[in-house]
Design a protein around this ligand. Structure first.
Ligand SMILES: [Mg+2]
Length: 326
């Protein structure tokens, strides 16, 4: 019979998380515990040892997928760490009667010897471990993915003025059609102006809120939004981060899929540039619409080369949003 901590470690790794140990007030045997992990798994079970200070000064952050392991000697660390931790917290080798809201799991029986046995067992099961299942019904619902500039609103380069926000003709109707069918609607927009420092977050948000206000007047809403500030020639730190989120890379689509549990192959992308369609295609979206603008000839030219590399890549150029079928 497996120890419940085995399953928890397995699930942590399947979710893409790490085991996190803290060095503050750790027992002197901590290197033996982590040494066992390395001995059995080398780098297959990712783990880190951090100081509480690394968390307080933001040099390091835990993620919801992580499993933070405390020893009984470190119980008193939790109150000061509580607001800094986003992973699950397990307490090893201490009395379960102390269970509070602060701990997700308590393994009062955990000793170094049991840890060693547990890792040996885990090693044996490792290669047969099945894929983690989501909730029943996930990934059934398609999503209408929309670029922002020249699709939802008229393009005003680096717009920071809410008064300059004008909806594109037919966008509210298109969004309402998608929602009437029970679909999700999501916005995926490259906003290099944020990364270049040309617009501030406040300005970006005020434009975004005005767009939503105008849509709301027509009873239309957007379920999820992603914006990428990345720009390779950025002079700002923020602009250099997360290149995979900027279209034509597919990061924003995958993030939305992670949240909304989308049926990607039945989803629709509407964009006015080649990179919109390439990004959606790379995320598994099959129905791709290029909304005509004065840039269309150039965009279609760029898509010719892409099509040569991806023979099943198809898109339809439309003159208006009414022509889009869901
Ligand atoms: Mg655009």
């Amino acid at each position: 019979m497996s120890h419940p901590l085995e399953l928890l470690i397995l699930e942590t790794v399947q979710l893409g998380g790490s085991l996190v140990f803290l060095s503050d007030q750790a027992p002197s045997t901590l290197p033996v515990w982590t040494g066992s992990l390395q001995k059995h798994f080398a780098a297959e079970i990712p783990f880190v040892v951090r100081r509480a200070k690394d968390l307080t000064n933001k040099r390091f952050a835990t993620r919801p997928e992580d499993l933070v392991l405390f020893f009984k000697e470190q119980e008193s660390l939790l109150p000061q760490m509580e607001s800094l931790l986003s992973g699950q917290r397990a307490l090893l080798g201490t009395d379960a009667a102390r269970l509070t809201d602060s701990w997700d799991f308590i393994f009062s029986d955990m000793t170094m010897e049991l840890w060693e046995t547990l890792l040996q067992n885990l090693r044996r099961q490792w290669d047969q471990a099945s894929v983690l299942q989501g909730l029943p019904g996930e990934h059934q619902t398609p999503c209408l993915f929309l670029d922002r500039d020249n699709v939802v609103v008229k393009d005003v380069p680096y717009n920071k003025d809410p008064k300059a926000v004008v909806l594109m003709p037919g966008i509210a109707e298109l969004i309402n059609r998608a929602h009437a069918r029970g679909w999700w609607v999501a916005l995926v927009t490259n906003q290099s102006g944020l990364g270049r420092g040309r617009i501030t977050w406040d300005e970006y948000q005020s434009v975004h809120q005005q767009m939503l206000r105008l849509l709301a007047e027509q009873k239309a809403w957007i379920d999820d939004c992603e914006w990428s500030a990345f720009i390779s020639e950025s002079g700002t730190q923020r602009g250099r981060l997360l290149a995979g989120m900027r279209k034509p890379r597919n990061g924003m689509f995958l993030k939305i899929n992670d949240t909304l549990k989308v049926n990607m192959s039945r989803s629709v992308m509407v964009g006015d540039s080649a990179s919109d369609l390439k990004a959606a295609y790379a995320a598994g979206v099959k129905s791709l619409y290029l909304l005509a603008s004065d840039q269309t000839a150039k965009q279609e030219e760029s898509l010719k080369g892409y099509r040569a590399l991806h023979p099943d890549f198809r898109y339809i150029t439309v003159q208006s949003l009414e022509e889009i079928s869901l």
